[in-house]
Design a protein around this ligand. Structure first.
Ligand code: NAP
Length: 697
């Protein structure tokens, strides 16, 4: 049995100080029911906390670029990993086994690190994010537009459920921080002591600027009354609470965005084609059992409904019974225990009540008391795994509406794939669904039958059995959240989660002004020509808009014949006089690849210099054909610069320079256009962000 720490008093961290309430409700430990913590936010001034976030936190974050914020998050993730043992020790007291805790603690820190690398890889080293392509609005090209994303100038309020006290906080904190919004985190009281322990370390690390993270341990008081138009609320919890909070009068009056990730009746479908000896049969049974019992079923993504071909119900029930018999229940601190307790006796009571209601339309096919390995049967919140069977899932309502947030699953028989997909949709929107099958046609029917009502779908079979991350694991790069009953929201989802915390503004202007604002060259903007060839400049010397207009070159028949001989590309449009005359150009034309090769010959500066390598080519379009006798010329213009960080072991600082290339003919018509990426030597190191354009805050 884990020895209890002295009575914990998780504090709130608000307006730069730790605030401990004098008294409050007592939280008990999950497996033995011993008094563990007093959790209350009494005395917290919520108006002051939201103001502190906006004035101190938001303005500190807005001074940093996306990459600077990402580097802080990365350092923080590594710092927390070094201290993880303390979190594991507390996590056990919530009823979580070591494996459950791993998902919460290392999964949460991994999410933070995931955002840190995503931001450095996919976002510019800027404080704004040019989004999508430039829209040309006028015929002459003097009026263009682009969308820019900038951080909202408010506080990101994050209200979390009790089941993932670490991951739940970090999955929201990370995208908000990257976007440039300070977070005010309110964990659920049952497990707030673990969240608080992590926040203690975050604050002690000194890595996050003051005001960018505040914590409310305890009730939310009048917090939502103090939010205004620039703030956001991200909620994780039950659908019932989400329903109440989204119509909070102040949130409605001030159009405060409210993102909800709520409970959902997630389904897993065993394909009609699967036979009991197939690997998919065993995969299905294992996945259902694992999802039911992981975190004692207290996972919003757990499988609640298992759809099985009617003729297979008996076999699946037996296999599940065998699989579940291996699940040992008891004190989660013990290594021989596979499933711990629910978080509290109240939570167990809620699940038992829901089970009772489900019983009117189902029968229990696997259940019963098992021997406890440690823990207290009376005072601990234990509940044995229970499998229900519903014979008429098309007419029953309970299995599609009632979430028993514990180790409970309902088996639902189906007769056709259409019916299986229909049954999944009766859940009215789910976070995740899975299809277990190796039959491609069946998979396609199920995936598209389920897609409109799911946030994520896992296809599980022998091909991905070894590597798949499981039905219930949200991943930072993928959508987490679902339509309809699942909350209608999404929090994770790669960079789309970052967008939640930003305002999107369409800026309409002339190309030169837009290039100045976005620090990206776009066609029509002014260019600067210099006596120094752009390839002779280091990364630090190159400016966006630096440009080179090359000499001309007349394309001859010899060019085409030589290029065909060199590459072996004897396509008729280049080498067959008759075929080419009858083709769409009416004449022989140069190979497109010849044009881009010839352009490189025109613009490169061949001697060794700061340009180290060609990195790639993007956005290539051949616009007009080039025939024998046409004369081409190339313009190379610096479009964007991306500073690269030195990786461990690297000694040569570099950056990527993106060049826009236009090839035109003697009539000044564009014949080809593309961007090339070069790796260019950087003279100095350091992370100083580029100076903001005038007026940027
Ligand atoms: P809950 O009772 O809905 O509470 C969720 C959070 O909302 C808690 O922090 C709660 O704190 C807070 N809250 C409740 N009323 C509030 C109010 N008026 N103002 C401000 N905050 C308020 O859910 P739970 O019991 O903690 O968690 C279990 C549920 O969460 C399950 O249904 C599960 O499916 C769902 N869940 C969903 C996801 C997902 O990603 N979709 C993830 C995890 C869990 P107080 O108790 O202090 O009010």
């Amino acid at each position: 049995m884990t020895t209890l720490p002295h009575l914990l008093r998780p504090a709130s961290y608000v307006y730069g100080t730790w605030h401990t309430a004098p008294d409050g409700p007592t939280v008990l430990d999950a497996a033995y029911g011993r008094p563990l913590a007093i959790v209350s936010s009494e005395g917290v001034d919520f108006a002051r906390a939201t103001d502190h976030a906006r004035r101190v936190g938001a303005s500190a974050l807005r001074r940093l670029t996306f990459h600077a914020r990402a580097r802080l998050l990365k350092a923080l993730g590594l710092y927390l990993l070094e201290r993880k043992e303390a979190y594991y020790a507390l996590s056990t007291l919530t009823g979580a086994t070591k494996r459950d805790s791993w998902v919460d603690i290392e999964g949460g820190i991994g999410t933070l690190l995931g955002y840190a690398s995503m931001a450095r890889r996919d976002l510019p080293d800027e404080r704004f994010w040019p989004d999508g392509k430039v829209e040309r609005l006028g015929k002459e090209g003097t009026f263009v537009a682009r969308h820019l994303l900038v951080p909202r100038e408010g506080v990101a309020v994050q209200i979390n459920a009790y089941n993932f006290p670490v991951w739940g906080m970090l999955e929201k904190l990370a995208p908000a921080f990257i976007a440039g919004m300070p977070s005010l985190v309110k964990p659920a009281p049952q497990t707030a002591y673990l969240t608080e322990r992590v926040v203690q370390d975050i604050i002690a690390s000194g890595l996050l600027p003051e005001g960018t993270l505040q914590l409310v341990s305890g009730e939310a008081g009048d917090l939502l009354d103090h939010l205004s138009e620039q703030d956001t609320v991200a909620f994780t919890g039950s659908a019932a609470t989400a329903r109440r909070l989204r119509v909070h009068p102040n949130l409605v009056a001030r159009s405060v965005p409210f993102n909800a990730e709520a409970d959902s009746l997630n389904a897993s479908v065993l394909g009609l084609s699967v036979r009991p000896g197939d690997p998919e049969f065993a995969l299905f049974v294992r996945e259902v059992a694992r999802e039911m019992t992981g975190k004692a079923g207290q996972k919003c993504t757990a499988i609640r409904r298992a759809m099985v071909p009617r003729g297979r119900v008996q076999e699946v029930t037996e296999a599940l019974r065998r699989e579940l018999s291996k699940v040992t229940v008891g004190d989660p601190a013990r290594d021989d225990v596979r499933m711990g307790a629910l978080v509290s006796l109240e939570q167990r009571e809620r699940v038992q009540e829901t089970l009772e209601r489900l019983r009117s339309e189902t029968e229990v096919v696997v259940g019963g008391d098992r021997e406890l390995l440690g823990g207290d049967r009376e005072r601990g919140a234990f509940l044995d795994p229970t499998v229900l069977y519903c014979d008429s899932p098309l007419t029953a309502t309970g299995p599609h509406e009632l979430e028993a947030f514990g180790p409970v699953v309902t088996l639902l028989p189906y007769d056709s794939l259409d019916e299986a997909a229909h049954l999944t949709r009766l859940g009215r929107g789910s976070l995740v669904g899975s299809v277990v099958s190796h039959d491609r046609a069946e998979i396609a029917e199920l995936v598209f039958g389920m897609a409109s009502s799911h946030g994520r779908i896992l296809v599980l079979n022998r091909a991905d059995a070894a590597e798949n991350t499981g039905h219930g694991s949200p991943l930072p790069g993928l959508n987490h959240g679902g339509p309809g009953r699942a909350g209608g929201g999404s929090e994770l989802g790669g960079l789309s989660a970052v967008r939640h915390y930003m305002n999107r503004v369409a800026v309409q202007a002339d190309p030169g002004t837009l290039a100045m604002l976005t620090r990206e060259y776009l066609p029509g903007a002014e260019v600067h020509e210099d006596v120094i060839h752009p390839f002779r400049k280091t990364f630090d010397e190159i400016r966006v808009g630096d440009s080179l207009l090359t000499h001309r070159r007349t394309v001859t028949e010899a060019d085409i014949v030589n290029f065909a001989g060199l590459t072996g590309d004897h396509f008729y449009a280049h080498v067959d006089e008759i075929g080419a005359r009858e083709g769409i150009f009416g004449k022989r034309v140069a190979h497109g690849y010849f044009l881009i090769s010839a352009a490189a010959g025109m613009f490169v500066s061949p001697a060794p210099g700061p340009v180290l390598a060609n990195y790639g080519l993007e956005n290539l379009r051949f616009v007009e054909p080039v025939g024998i006798g046409d004369t081409i010329r190339t313009r190379l213009t610096c479009k964007r610069r991306i500073r690269k960080e030195l990786r461990s072991g690297e000694t040569r600082p570099t950056g990527v320079v993106e060049w826009h290339v236009d090839i035109s003919n003697q009539r000044e018509q564009l014949v080809a256009t593309y961007d090339i990426l070069t790796l260019v030597e950087r003279a100095r190191d350091g992370f100083d962000p580029p100076a903001p354009p005038t007026g940027e805050r």
